[in-house]
Design a protein around this ligand. Sequence first.
Ligand code: PLP
Length: 366
Amino acid sequence: MKNIPVTQPFLPELDEFVPYLEKIWDNKWLTNNGPFHQQLEKELCEYLGVEHISLFNNATIALITALQALRINGEVITTPYSFVATSHSILWNGLKPVFVDIDPNTFNIDPKKIEAAITPNTTAIMPVHCYSSPCDVEAIQMIADNYGLRVIYDAAHAFGVNYKDRSILRYGDMSVLSFHATKVFNTFEGGAIICQDAKTKQRIDRLKNFGIADELTVTAPGINGKMSEINAAFGLVQLKHISTAIEQRKKIDSIYREELSTIKGITVPKASEYANSNYSYFPVLIEKEFRLTRDELYEELKNNSILSRKYFYPLISNMPMYRGIESASCENLPFANATSDKVLCLPIFVDLTEDELTLIINRIRG
Ligand SMILES: *Cc1c(COP(=O)(O)O)cnc(C)c1O
């Protein structure tokens, strides 16, 4: 039997993409802020309800550039419960990540534990809106204001999320989106920085183009973070279908919720009261009362052609390049470690059929 993947990119009809390719072939503008790049920035601003967006070739380069753009130095407070790119971007800037535990109900950095991690060297906080669940943005901003810290959100999961009726991307100094193939909105590879003013966008746009200000002036050691016209064009096609795609994910999410919440030993995380979800992931926690351990369930599903993902396991703080840092100790991060040992992300993607969904649910029920 063919495997049911844990995720699958959403691809509109190929026919829809062809006219865009023809245009690129006609005008021969392949990259460097081409017409589709400009159009996608404009359309994303409208769709997301933000004012300034700068497209990137991927979110990792965008995170690295965001830290550089804000001239962050010293220590950056972050969460260990994320994809490695979050902490890697801190190391790539020669900075020290300082790990703070998560709130087990939201999967996000616990603001109540941030202050204790602040030292004279702390200059920024890099939280993650994990699985599109919103961080406590107000509490985080209050701490940042009190201590004069910058806030850069890794918003890789948070495409189209509004918090109290306003884009979650408008909180903090910057937010970074990922448009990787596995994300809700994809450009094959891609990402973006959302910032709050035009001057900052200009700085980011220079940094992603080698630091070039004009033909004769290079003002900073920038990188090549530009998105090509092919990726931008695909984004424009994808954007036309994004609302339908999110609706479809929502249906899957509700069926999972209804069916799984009655199974003994499975915790289905509560949806946020303050924000809409984009249904990017469907994480469940496998508790002691369940008939199998998390790893056994993972194997059982796999043996039945259903792929799930231990996401996020292992924890970033337990990886070789991070575990030597004092804040990476398990005693400092009890909830992140416990969650990482219990979590399993189930298949959720636009083309998942009802039959497949029933199959997955029945398998879990056992
Ligand atoms: C996907 C992801 C990234 C990296 O995005 P890329 O576009 O693949 O570089 C960073 N942080 C989080 C939380 C992610 O899920």
